[in-house]
Write a protein that binds this ligand. Structure first.
Ligand code: SF4
Length: 438
């Protein structure tokens, strides 16, 4: 039996797909990239933005032809859209066999078995208290892993649907995290990315509590682990001790992703972000003062309800002053069920698009200028695979998260190698492998 899995959205979803694959392989399925040859189709979905949901609808619509050709093929929709829309998915697409929520992954083999015995589509989205088992995961690569340390979120930023579809924040015990990473390192792991909606609030629900800084210190002590990344940080909970640990530990990368979202205090308040632009500036100043060459990336929302041109210009002001290495920018899209979806929004979409382009233009110039500063310098690069651009060059990642494309043999994939940077683009740099390290 063959299973085809497609993943939309964030690294948390990537990790969920790896958990799904582990369970299905144990149930006798083999992964295929050929959707037409599969017996089981899983779409692991994202609902963070309206566009992602609309694209998914198009995708499910396309599966009807496959189902008509082969009535035995099972179509399963999981992830955040499934958790959000529940039975509605089956109402709109009656040929969908199973809808399973973000809490119901461990149930999936049983749901599939049940569906094969009945004629009725199944929707399972209740939180039945299943554990997030770090150990039951089929990883794509042995040298690189995404590892959740917290699931869910308690922050309720007014625009965000994540707390509604992923539930309240739960941390995974530090002992389990450490044991899991040690096991992975003995199997060849080089780089781990600790995942959470707000990693900085790690440990809140645990009996034996560690702060995120303490957890990071413990992970950093694991022998043989070369690189540690973490996403996402929340400015409200970003501590000074964390900056010190990043500074003092060689295997914690000098890259911090710190979502700004907006540069105006009025909008930050409406977003329920619980920090001000001054707080954010202070954190950045501390980081830049203590950690030399630390890359800083961010997320920004343009056109939040009530945002005026003056508010937007304050975002631009912060972007120019901070000079983010990269910013992931989005036009605000209302998510049903959130507080912001009920707020009055008087700025037209055309106006928001204009602001968005303005921001993008400024940020792209900054990203490109920051990348140019790397030209002529040597860096250690973890080779991740072939470049998405042409498939011939190799793609690696510098410690500061910059992507490097360069010529090389695929035997280098999974290794850390020295590269000299020879050219800069907006979103990546070009490099040359240093063969004898001279
Ligand atoms: S911190 Fe805010 S934006 Fe991030 S997941 Fe939680 S509610 Fe959403």
């Amino acid at each position: 039996m063959k299973v085809y899995i497609e993943t939309f959205g964030c690294q948390m979803n990537e990790n969920d797909s790896e958990r799904i694959l582990y369970l299905l392989e144990n149930a006798g399925y083999e992964r295929t990239n050929d959707i037409a040859a599969s017996d089981l189709i899983i779409l692991n979905t994202c609902t963070v933005r309206e566009r992602a949901k609309n694209r998914l609808y198009g995708h499910i619509g396309n599966l009807k032809k496959l189902k008509n050709k082969n009535r035995d093929i099972l179509i399963c929709i999981g992830g955040c859209t499934a958790q959000d829309l529940k039975e509605k998915i089956i109402e709109v697409f009656p040929y969908v066999d199973i809808v399973f929520g973000t809490h119901n992954i461990p149930e999936l083999p049983e749901l599939i078995g049940r569906r094969r015995l009945t004629n009725k589509s199944i929707c399972s989205v209740e939180n039945n208290g299943f554990d997030h088992d770090l150990f039951k995961v089929r990883r794509k690569q042995s040298f690189k892993a995404f590892l959740p340390i917290t699931i869910g979120c308690d922050n309720y930023c007014s625009y965000c649907i994540v707390p509604l579809v992923r539930g309240n924040e739960r941390s995974i015990e530090a002992e389990k995290i450490i044991r899991n990473i040690e096991e992975l390192v003995s199997g060849g792991l080089i780089e781990v990315t600790l995942l959470g909606q707000n990693v900085n609030s790690y440990g809140k629900n645990l009996k034996k509590t560690y702060t995120f800084s303490e957890l990071l210190e413990k992970v950093s002590n694991i022998k043989g682990l070369k690189r540690i990344r973490f996403i996402t940080s929340h400015p409200r909970d970003f501590s000074k001790s964390l900056i010190d640990i990043i500074k003092n530990r060689d295997n914690i990368v000098k890259h911090i992703h710190l979502p700004l979202q907006a540069g105006s205090n009025k909008i930050l308040k409406e977003m329920n972000r619980n920090y001000t632009r001054e707080d954010y500036f202070n954190i950045i100043e501390n980081i830049k003062k203590k950690i030399l060459d630390c890359a800083i990336t961010t997320d920004i929302i343009v056109g939040f309800p009530g945002e005026e041109r003056e508010d937007f210009l304050q975002t631009i002001d912060m972007v120019k002053k901070i000079r983010f290495n990269r910013a992931f920018t989005f036009i605000y899209s209302p998510r049903t069920g959130t507080k912001a979806a009920k707020m009055e929004d008087h700025i037209t979409l055309d106006e928001k698009k204009k602001w968005f382009r303005e921001l993008l233009e400024i940020q792209n110039i900054i990203s490109s200028e920051e990348n140019k500063k790397l030209v002529g310098k040597k860096f250690e690069v973890l080779v991740e695979g072939n470049s998405a651009k042409d498939g011939i060059l190799l793609k690696g990642r510098m410690e500061n998260n910059t992507i490097v494309n360069f010529e090389g043999d695929s035997s280098l994939i999974g290794k850390i190698i020295p590269v000299i940077i020879t050219g800069a683009k907006t979103f990546y740099v070009m490099g040359e492998l240093i063969r004898n390290n001279s």
